[in-house]
Design a binder for this molecule. Structure first.
Ligand code: PBG
Ligand code: ZN
Length: 326
């Protein structure tokens, strides 16, 4: 059967029909908002390359968390910027550091949010690399106990999810074992399994003050050319005990999201990163695209590809847009 019997336009004729047959539905509970936390009080320092986003002190984080909770957002993920950095990144496991304190504050201020903590050392090391250095390279096995110690500090503060973003081999197993030994068998691990060495992280590195002092991250983050390798990383992380897996960035890697969603049975997370946001904001500021429509369309593409959960800087705003539009 074909035209004129078949007319696909029938199912697009009214808003009511379109809404009924939509294959993908965004929901605020599936959005996680990234938050940059600093020390001090009443700090709200704008991030130049990320319009609408700030480095926040813990009291300000509590206010933002309340706003996110009221909007129906599912969770927040914290990145810490310590007062002092050192070779080992020891601020990462300081129980009085910005991330543990933010976790505690949000548990009280917005208990309906899922509390995520990013686990990496690059914000805490003086050289900006994701682990201790051995010569010019990141020492994989040396990083594992440090990352594990950081994960325990966040779990102890009340994190529901710890999310290692370092891309060291074996970190999921190391963190799982250490958490269990420390009495945190129920803390969820979301592994940044397929994290690409991407130029889209530029604005984030301004925000987190984590640009490497020399070199880059290509010896541990994935080569943008590779998709099958992402499946291998996901398989290894699930074998090591990951409860959820992530693909990052999202928009330029929709094929990877699709492939991972077809091969794994754990929740799949995608990270719409800072550069993806910055490009939308810059085009919108020039009047070249309709900002709100592009935000929703970009998130719809990520969900349609197979992501269950999306980390996005638009979380609070998008929550309002998808509730209104549904
Ligand atoms: C740190 C980390 C990065 C991002 C999340 N965790 C940056 C990097 O690897 O350099 C990027 C997030 C974004 O761009 O929004 N390991
Ligand atoms: Zn890092």
């Amino acid at each position: 059967m074909t035209f004129p019997i078949v007319r696909p336009r029938r199912l697009r004729a009214t808003r009511a029909i379109r809404r009924m047959v939509a294959e993908t539905r965004l929901h605020p509970s599936r959005f996680v908002l990234p938050v940059f936390v600093v020390g001090g009080e009443a700090v709200r320092k704008p991030i130049r390359s990320m319009p609408g986003h700030y480095q926040l002190s813990v009291d300000q984080v509590a206010l933002l968390a309340k706003e996110a909770e009221s909007a129906g957002v599912g969770g927040v993920i914290f990145f810490g910027i310590p007062d002092e950095k050192d070779e080992m990144g020891s601020g990462a496991w300081d129980p009085a550091g910005p991330v543990p304190r933010a976790i505690e504050a949000v548990a009280t201020a917005a208990p309906g949010l899922v509390r995520w903590a990013d686990v990496c050392l690059c914000e805490y090391t003086s050289h900006g690399h994701c682990g201790p250095l051995s010569g010019d390279v990141v020492d994989n096995d040396g990083a594992l106990p440090l990352l594990s110690q950081a994960a325990v500090a966040y779990a102890r503060a009340g994190a529901d999810v710890v999310a290692p973003s370092d891309m060291m081999d074996g970190r999921v197993l190391a963190i799982r074992t250490t958490l269990d030994e420390a009495g945190h068998p129920d803390t969820v691990i979301c592994s940044y399994s397929a994290k690409y060495a991407s130029a889209y992280y530029g604005p984030f590195r301004d925000a987190a003050e984590s640009t490497p002092a020399f070199g880059d991250r290509r010896s541990h983050q994935m080569d943008p050319s590779n998709a099958r390798e992402a499946l291998r990383e996901v398989r290894l992380d699930i074998d090591e005990g990951a409860d959820m897996v992530m693909v990052k960035p999202a928009g330029p890697y929709l094929d990877v999201i699709k492939a991972v969603s077809q091969m794994s049975d754990v929740p799949l997370v995608a990270y719409q990163v800072s550069g993806e946001m910055a490009m939308i904001e810059a085009a919108a500021a020039n009047g070249w695209v309709d900002r709100e429509k592009v935000i929703v369309e970009s998130l719809t593409g990520i969900a349609r590809a197979g992501a269950d959960i999306t980390l996005t800087y638009f979380a609070v705003e998008a929550a309002g847009l998808v509730e209104a539009g549904s």
